[in-house]
Design a protein around this ligand. Structure first.
Ligand SMILES: NC(=O)c1ccc[n+]([C@@H]2O[C@H](COP(=O)([O-])OP(=O)(O)OC[C@H]3O[C@@H](n4cnc5c(N)ncnc54)[C@H](OP(=O)(O)O)[C@@H]3O)[C@@H](O)[C@H]2O)c1
Length: 261
């Protein structure tokens, strides 16, 4: 059985992958309890003792708005943490999969759709640090960009769709953007795609994303309809209004995949 070490294994995606892959791979779940990825020596000491074939790097500072205020920490985790892990994994001559994000793109309408050939141009600090992480491993590891993962996960953090359902059930009004696109992706499809990549590893860039892009407003209406909740609680807002006092984000994040895993 292939041994897969997973950083960020208690996060939204990692916790679900650990569950999904129980019978497929020998998963070695890693989280802060094992080591902090910004601690170079701790990373090295720990990983030197662990046996694995592939390292799946999910751990990250993922709070997009928080990253603008906490620049140094976001950089340390997303850039230096990636460097610490990648250097050790390379020394062990093992395969590395770096998980990245659609936030590396600028989301300008004239540039859509964003494919693996599109040039990153991140707008916010989170996207910038994730792109710096990509540069560390580029050409030497697989880079897999994800976008708006959703679905059940045993993690403490809920996916954005479960958060919307929770808010609608609590009868909260939701302001959702009309003039923007996102590309939601089921976490279980991410699990299936990453499993294929682990079985058939190539150090390339892949977009592992859902088939359709939709505006958050239309998605909110669909979620309300599908769950028999009050759709009047979903109210339109423009991207410009939403963006006030928030980290800059890609507006038209229509992401597609050219490279089949
Ligand atoms: N969720 C999304 O919308 C999305 C979209 C595209 C791409 N991605 C990418 O997918 C990956 C996984 O995302 P996710 O949503 O599963 O993230 P998440 O739920 O925030 O989980 C991230 C995990 O990383 C751990 N971590 C953070 N800093 C660490 C450190 N210094 N040392 C060790 N562990 C650390 C966290 O532990 P603590 O909880 O203890 O901090 C957490 O368990 C990330 O690389 C992210 O950039 C996510």
């Amino acid at each position: 059985m292939i041994k897969v070490a997973v950083s960020g294994a208690k996060g939204l995606i990692g916790a679900r992958l650990t569950e999904l892959w129980q019978d497929k791979f020998k998963v070695i779940p890693l989280d802060r309890t094992e080591f902090d990825i910004i601690d170079k020596k701790a990373v090295k000491d720990y990983l030197e003792k662990v046996e694995f074939d592939v390292f799946l790097h999910l751990a990250a500072y993922t709070n997009v708005d928080g990253a603008e205020k906490d620049k140094e920490l976001a950089y340390k985790i997303n850039v230096e943490g990636t460097k610490n892990l990648f250097n050790t994994v390379q020394q062990k001559n093992k395969k590395f999969i770096y998980i990245s994000t659609d936030f590396v793109f600028d989301g300008k309408k004239e540039n859509i759709p964003f494919t693996e050939k599109s040039l990153p141009n991140p707008l916010g600090w989170y996207g910038k640090t994730k792109y710096e992480g990509e540069k560390i491993v580029a050409g030497k590891a697989a880079i897999v960009r994800l976008s708006y993962p959703f679905g059940p996960s045993p993690a403490l953090k809920q996916c954005f769709i479960h958060r919307i359902i929770g808010a609608l059930k609590a009868k909260k009004t939701l302001k959702m953007i009309t003039d923007s696109l996102i590309t939601p992706t089921p976490i279980d499809n991410i699990g299936a795609g990453l499993a294929r990549l682990i079985d058939n590893y190539r150090p390339q860039i892949f977009h592992l994303v859902g088939r359709e892009s939709i505006s958050p407003y239309n998605l909110g209406l669909k979620i309300a309809r599908d769950n028999h909740l009050n759709k009047d609680l979903v109210q339109p807002i423009t991207f410009a209004q939403y963006s006030q006092e928030r980290a800059p984000r890609p507006q038209w994040a229509k992401i597609i995949s050219l490279n089949q895993i």
